[in-house]
Design a protein around this ligand. Structure first.
Ligand SMILES: [Zn+2]
Length: 280
Protein backbone atom coordinates (compact mmCIF):
# COMPACT_ATOMS: atom_id res chain seq x y z
CA UNK A 1 0.00 0.00 0.00
CA UNK A 2 1.32 3.37 -0.97
CA UNK A 3 0.40 6.49 0.97
CA UNK A 4 0.29 9.76 -0.78
CA UNK A 5 2.31 12.50 0.92
CA UNK A 6 -0.95 14.10 2.03
CA UNK A 7 -2.22 10.99 3.95
CA UNK A 8 1.14 9.72 5.23
CA UNK A 9 2.16 12.80 7.19
CA UNK A 10 -1.00 13.26 9.30
CA UNK A 11 -1.13 9.53 10.17
CA UNK A 12 2.58 9.46 10.97
CA UNK A 13 2.29 12.61 13.04
CA UNK A 14 -0.74 11.33 15.00
CA UNK A 15 1.07 8.04 15.66
CA UNK A 16 4.11 9.90 16.89
CA UNK A 17 2.04 12.08 19.24
CA UNK A 18 0.15 9.04 20.62
CA UNK A 19 3.39 7.10 21.18
CA UNK A 20 5.10 10.07 22.82
CA UNK A 21 2.12 10.73 25.09
CA UNK A 22 1.89 7.08 26.12
CA UNK A 23 5.58 6.76 26.88
CA UNK A 24 5.55 10.07 28.79
CA UNK A 25 2.69 8.77 30.97
CA UNK A 26 4.47 5.50 31.74
CA UNK A 27 8.02 6.78 32.02
CA UNK A 28 9.51 6.60 35.51
CA UNK A 29 13.24 7.14 35.40
CA UNK A 30 13.98 5.41 38.72
CA UNK A 31 12.25 2.05 38.19
CA UNK A 32 15.61 0.35 37.67
CA UNK A 33 17.28 1.89 40.74
CA UNK A 34 14.20 1.04 42.83
CA UNK A 35 14.68 -2.60 41.80
CA UNK A 36 18.35 -2.43 42.81
CA UNK A 37 17.32 -0.86 46.16
CA UNK A 38 14.97 -3.79 46.80
CA UNK A 39 17.58 -6.38 45.89
CA UNK A 40 20.25 -4.75 48.10
CA UNK A 41 17.78 -4.61 50.99
CA UNK A 42 17.01 -8.30 50.56
CA UNK A 43 20.73 -9.13 50.61
CA UNK A 44 21.17 -7.18 53.86
CA UNK A 45 18.19 -8.94 55.47
CA UNK A 46 19.80 -12.25 54.51
CA UNK A 47 23.04 -11.10 56.16
CA UNK A 48 21.19 -10.14 59.35
CA UNK A 49 19.60 -13.57 59.56
CA UNK A 50 22.97 -15.33 59.50
CA UNK A 51 24.72 -16.18 62.75
CA UNK A 52 27.66 -13.92 63.51
CA UNK A 53 31.07 -14.89 62.18
CA UNK A 54 32.70 -15.13 65.61
CA UNK A 55 32.37 -18.92 65.27
CA UNK A 56 35.05 -18.79 62.59
CA UNK A 57 37.70 -17.74 65.16
CA UNK A 58 39.63 -21.00 65.27
CA UNK A 59 40.74 -20.78 68.92
CA UNK A 60 37.13 -20.76 70.17
CA UNK A 61 35.22 -23.97 70.88
CA UNK A 62 32.79 -24.49 67.99
CA UNK A 63 29.90 -26.32 69.61
CA UNK A 64 27.04 -24.22 70.94
CA UNK A 65 28.98 -20.98 70.42
CA UNK A 66 25.89 -19.22 69.12
CA UNK A 67 23.02 -18.55 71.50
CA UNK A 68 20.67 -15.98 70.07
CA UNK A 69 19.27 -13.53 72.60
CA UNK A 70 15.57 -12.79 72.42
CA UNK A 71 15.92 -9.10 73.27
CA UNK A 72 17.03 -6.62 70.64
CA UNK A 73 15.96 -4.06 68.09
CA UNK A 74 17.55 -1.83 65.47
CA UNK A 75 20.34 0.70 66.17
CA UNK A 76 19.17 4.26 65.78
CA UNK A 77 20.80 7.24 64.11
CA UNK A 78 22.13 9.73 66.64
CA UNK A 79 23.42 12.55 64.40
CA UNK A 80 22.10 14.56 61.46
CA UNK A 81 24.63 15.80 58.92
CA UNK A 82 23.51 18.60 56.59
CA UNK A 83 25.00 19.12 53.12
CA UNK A 84 24.59 21.20 50.02
CA UNK A 85 24.64 19.15 46.84
CA UNK A 86 27.06 21.38 44.86
CA UNK A 87 24.99 20.41 41.84
CA UNK A 88 22.67 22.39 39.59
CA UNK A 89 19.32 20.71 40.17
CA UNK A 90 17.46 18.23 42.33
CA UNK A 91 17.08 15.96 39.28
CA UNK A 92 20.83 15.90 38.82
CA UNK A 93 21.32 14.83 42.44
CA UNK A 94 18.63 12.13 42.26
CA UNK A 95 20.43 10.78 39.22
CA UNK A 96 23.82 10.88 40.97
CA UNK A 97 22.43 8.95 43.94
CA UNK A 98 20.82 6.29 41.76
CA UNK A 99 23.88 5.38 39.73
CA UNK A 100 25.87 2.60 41.42
CA UNK A 101 29.20 3.80 40.07
CA UNK A 102 29.06 7.12 41.96
CA UNK A 103 29.18 5.40 45.40
CA UNK A 104 27.48 8.38 47.06
CA UNK A 105 24.03 8.76 48.61
CA UNK A 106 22.01 10.43 51.33
CA UNK A 107 18.84 9.59 53.21
CA UNK A 108 17.05 12.73 52.07
CA UNK A 109 17.33 15.26 49.26
CA UNK A 110 15.40 18.52 49.64
CA UNK A 111 14.68 20.54 46.49
CA UNK A 112 14.49 24.33 46.33
CA UNK A 113 10.68 24.21 46.18
CA UNK A 114 10.60 22.25 49.44
CA UNK A 115 9.98 18.79 47.96
CA UNK A 116 11.59 16.13 50.14
CA UNK A 117 12.86 12.97 48.46
CA UNK A 118 13.39 10.11 50.90
CA UNK A 119 16.02 7.88 49.29
CA UNK A 120 17.06 5.43 52.00
CA UNK A 121 15.48 3.90 55.10
CA UNK A 122 16.76 5.84 58.13
CA UNK A 123 18.09 2.65 59.72
CA UNK A 124 20.43 2.02 56.80
CA UNK A 125 23.90 3.50 56.31
CA UNK A 126 24.11 6.11 53.55
CA UNK A 127 27.38 7.12 51.93
CA UNK A 128 27.38 10.88 52.50
CA UNK A 129 30.09 11.70 55.05
CA UNK A 130 33.21 10.14 53.52
CA UNK A 131 36.33 10.26 55.66
CA UNK A 132 35.15 12.26 58.63
CA UNK A 133 35.43 12.74 62.37
CA UNK A 134 33.46 14.50 65.11
CA UNK A 135 34.80 14.10 68.63
CA UNK A 136 35.77 10.44 68.90
CA UNK A 137 33.26 9.36 66.28
CA UNK A 138 35.22 8.41 63.16
CA UNK A 139 32.37 6.72 61.27
CA UNK A 140 29.63 9.31 60.99
CA UNK A 141 27.96 7.40 58.15
CA UNK A 142 27.15 4.61 60.62
CA UNK A 143 25.54 6.90 63.17
CA UNK A 144 23.96 9.68 61.14
CA UNK A 145 21.17 10.67 58.81
CA UNK A 146 22.46 12.55 55.76
CA UNK A 147 20.38 15.39 54.34
CA UNK A 148 21.31 17.03 51.04
CA UNK A 149 19.95 20.46 50.14
CA UNK A 150 19.77 21.30 46.45
CA UNK A 151 22.18 24.24 46.25
CA UNK A 152 25.18 24.86 43.99
CA UNK A 153 27.31 25.97 46.93
CA UNK A 154 27.25 29.71 46.29
CA UNK A 155 23.60 30.70 46.50
CA UNK A 156 21.28 31.46 49.44
CA UNK A 157 18.87 28.76 50.60
CA UNK A 158 15.22 29.15 49.63
CA UNK A 159 12.72 29.59 52.47
CA UNK A 160 10.51 26.74 51.13
CA UNK A 161 13.54 24.47 51.30
CA UNK A 162 14.45 25.55 54.85
CA UNK A 163 10.83 25.16 56.00
CA UNK A 164 10.80 21.57 54.72
CA UNK A 165 14.16 20.96 56.39
CA UNK A 166 12.79 22.19 59.74
CA UNK A 167 9.78 19.88 59.44
CA UNK A 168 12.00 16.94 58.60
CA UNK A 169 14.40 17.70 61.47
CA UNK A 170 11.48 17.84 63.92
CA UNK A 171 10.41 14.38 62.85
CA UNK A 172 13.92 12.91 63.00
CA UNK A 173 14.66 14.47 66.39
CA UNK A 174 11.43 13.08 67.78
CA UNK A 175 11.75 9.61 66.20
CA UNK A 176 15.35 8.99 67.25
CA UNK A 177 15.78 11.30 70.25
CA UNK A 178 18.74 13.06 68.65
CA UNK A 179 20.47 15.55 71.03
CA UNK A 180 20.47 19.27 70.07
CA UNK A 181 24.26 19.28 69.74
CA UNK A 182 24.24 16.48 67.16
CA UNK A 183 22.83 18.50 64.25
CA UNK A 184 25.95 19.44 62.33
CA UNK A 185 27.28 20.16 58.84
CA UNK A 186 29.47 18.18 56.49
CA UNK A 187 32.22 20.81 56.82
CA UNK A 188 32.18 20.30 60.61
CA UNK A 189 33.06 16.61 60.27
CA UNK A 190 35.44 16.96 57.30
CA UNK A 191 36.96 20.45 57.69
CA UNK A 192 39.93 19.91 55.40
CA UNK A 193 37.79 18.58 52.53
CA UNK A 194 34.36 20.20 52.66
CA UNK A 195 32.66 23.59 53.12
CA UNK A 196 29.01 22.49 53.00
CA UNK A 197 26.42 23.63 53.75
CA UNK A 198 27.69 26.93 52.38
CA UNK A 199 28.33 30.02 54.49
CA UNK A 200 24.80 31.36 53.80
CA UNK A 201 23.12 28.44 55.56
CA UNK A 202 20.89 29.72 58.43
CA UNK A 203 22.47 27.82 61.33
CA UNK A 204 21.09 30.38 63.80
CA UNK A 205 17.52 29.64 62.70
CA UNK A 206 18.13 25.93 63.15
CA UNK A 207 19.62 26.49 66.61
CA UNK A 208 16.63 28.64 67.61
CA UNK A 209 14.47 25.63 66.79
CA UNK A 210 16.61 23.17 68.78
CA UNK A 211 18.89 21.80 66.04
CA UNK A 212 22.54 22.53 66.77
CA UNK A 213 24.27 24.55 69.46
CA UNK A 214 24.44 28.35 69.60
CA UNK A 215 25.61 31.17 71.89
CA UNK A 216 24.76 34.59 73.33
CA UNK A 217 26.63 37.69 72.08
CA UNK A 218 28.45 38.21 75.36
CA UNK A 219 32.21 38.78 75.17
CA UNK A 220 32.55 38.84 78.94
CA UNK A 221 31.80 35.17 79.15
CA UNK A 222 35.00 33.93 77.55
CA UNK A 223 37.52 31.13 77.19
CA UNK A 224 40.14 31.08 79.97
CA UNK A 225 43.66 31.96 78.73
CA UNK A 226 44.85 28.52 79.81
CA UNK A 227 42.70 26.83 77.16
CA UNK A 228 44.24 26.95 73.67
CA UNK A 229 42.11 27.52 70.57
CA UNK A 230 42.89 24.07 69.09
CA UNK A 231 41.95 22.44 72.41
CA UNK A 232 38.69 24.42 72.50
CA UNK A 233 37.90 23.44 68.88
CA UNK A 234 38.52 19.79 69.77
CA UNK A 235 36.22 20.14 72.80
CA UNK A 236 33.45 21.35 70.49
CA UNK A 237 34.03 18.29 68.29
CA UNK A 238 36.33 19.41 65.48
CA UNK A 239 39.11 17.19 64.17
CA UNK A 240 42.20 19.33 64.81
CA UNK A 241 44.66 17.39 62.69
CA UNK A 242 44.59 20.51 60.49
CA UNK A 243 44.00 23.33 62.98
CA UNK A 244 43.51 26.05 60.32
CA UNK A 245 40.87 23.95 58.56
CA UNK A 246 39.12 23.30 61.88
CA UNK A 247 39.17 27.00 62.77
CA UNK A 248 37.77 27.95 59.35
CA UNK A 249 34.98 25.37 59.66
CA UNK A 250 34.09 26.79 63.09
CA UNK A 251 34.16 30.37 61.78
CA UNK A 252 31.97 29.58 58.76
CA UNK A 253 29.40 27.68 60.83
CA UNK A 254 29.12 29.89 63.90
CA UNK A 255 30.40 33.28 62.75
CA UNK A 256 29.43 33.37 59.01
CA UNK A 257 33.03 34.40 58.41
CA UNK A 258 35.73 32.73 56.37
CA UNK A 259 38.86 34.31 57.84
CA UNK A 260 41.20 32.29 60.03
CA UNK A 261 41.54 35.06 62.64
CA UNK A 262 40.45 34.54 66.25
CA UNK A 263 38.60 37.51 67.79
CA UNK A 264 37.50 38.06 71.39
CA UNK A 265 33.97 37.22 70.32
CA UNK A 266 35.18 33.94 68.76
CA UNK A 267 36.78 33.00 72.09
CA UNK A 268 33.51 33.70 73.84
CA UNK A 269 31.55 31.64 71.28
CA UNK A 270 33.93 28.70 71.70
CA UNK A 271 33.60 28.85 75.46
CA UNK A 272 29.81 28.96 75.28
CA UNK A 273 29.65 26.10 72.78
CA UNK A 274 31.72 23.93 75.09
CA UNK A 275 29.52 24.83 78.07
CA UNK A 276 26.34 24.18 76.07
CA UNK A 277 27.65 20.90 74.75
CA UNK A 278 28.45 19.69 78.24
CA UNK A 279 24.98 20.59 79.44
CA UNK A 280 23.09 18.90 76.56
ZN1 LIG B 1 28.50 17.18 51.71
Amino acid sequence: MVFSKRTFFPIGLIGFIVMTTLSACNYFPYAKSNRIYKKNTKDLVKLLKENPSIQTISQLPKADAWVGTTNFDLRKPNFVVIHHTAQNSCEQTLKTFTLERTKVSAHYVICKDGTIHHMLNDYMRAWHGGISKWGNNSDLNSSSIGIELDNNGFEPFDSAQINSLLLLLAQLKENYKIPDANFIGHADIAPNRKVDPNIQFPWILLAQNGYGLWFEPNEQYTLPESISIPFALAMVGYDIKDTTAALLAFKRHFRADSTAVVTEMDRSVLYQLIQNKLSH
